[in-house]
Design a protein around this ligand. Structure first.
Ligand code: SAM
Length: 225
């Protein structure tokens, strides 16, 4: 069974998709979807040898050779034009790393119509990359599992102008404001308040005043949302 986090990613994969899961580790996501008959084909891309070998083993044990293809490759280099990939998932990494994988592999995204991204931190970096590169947010999910809060974003081709609040909180998530969302921003706001308090005790006032302003603004945003 998939974790709730990966199940939330899986829920956004369309029927009969050709999926490339980048940073796939054990290849649990593509193997699960292939076993359920929900994808035509899966690619499990991994940059590290150990996780790549885990992916090979999962595929073999599930009898999915030829259906899920593990590839040792950096980011979107795992995707080849002849694969016909239409969906890319990248889960379990920081937002800036996800954005840099997408940026470095832009030319490999030609036939791709949906990106399903699960940043562990800084989802804003992913939304900003999407907005700057012709992708529209078409779905979002936020959930709590084992005490951690995760966001899943779905991007499709299109253009949108998101404001600061939408980029930070997520246009769908800030409308829905579910329990996990409220808890996340309460936690963030508290941690920023602590940082701000500690800064107040420092003597390097000048040096940090800009940063303090930024934190105050973020706290205000998180209070208002
Ligand atoms: N996607 C799985 C999940 O969500 O459970 C695994 C997440 S694991 C924390 C992150 C994986 O991404 C690691 O196995 C790491 O080797 C891989 N990774 C990091 N940077 C990568 C890159 N540029 N290309 C491919 N894989 C990468």
């Amino acid at each position: 069974r998939l974790s709730e986090r990966l199940a939330a990613v899986a829920a956004f994969v369309g029927p009969r998709a050709v999926l490339a899961d980048i940073g796939s580790d054990h290849a649990y996501l593509p193997c699960h979807l292939a076993l359920e008959g929900r994808i035509q084909k899966g690619i499990a891309g991994e940059v590290a040898k150990g996780p790549y070998e885990s992916a090979v083993q999962t595929v073999r044990e599930a009898g999915l050779e030829g259906k899920v293809l593990p590839r040792l490759a950096d980011g979107l280099d795992a995707v080849r034009p002849e694969d016909g990939v239409d969906t890319v998932s990248i889960a379990g990494m920081g937002g800036p790393l996800i954005a840099s994988i997408l940026e470095n592999g832009r030319t490999r995204l030609d036939g791709v119509s949906r990106l399903i991204l699960q940043p562990n931190i800084n989802a804003k970096a992913v939304r900003e990359w999407g907005m700057a590169n012709g992708w529209l947010i078409t779905g979002e999910q936020i959930l709590k599992e084992d005490g951690k809060i995760y966001e899943v974003l779905v991007l499709e081709r299109g253009s949108a102008a998101y404001d600061e609040k939408e980029l930070l909180f997520g246009p769908f998530l800030m409308k829905e404001k579910n329990e996990a969302f409220r808890e996340k921003w309460e936690r963030e706001r508290k941690s920023w308040e602590i940082i701000l308090e500690q800064m107040g005790q420092s003597s390097r006032e000048e040096e940090i005043s800009l940063r303090k302003e930024g934190l105050k603004q973020a706290i205000n945003l998180a209070t208002e949302v």
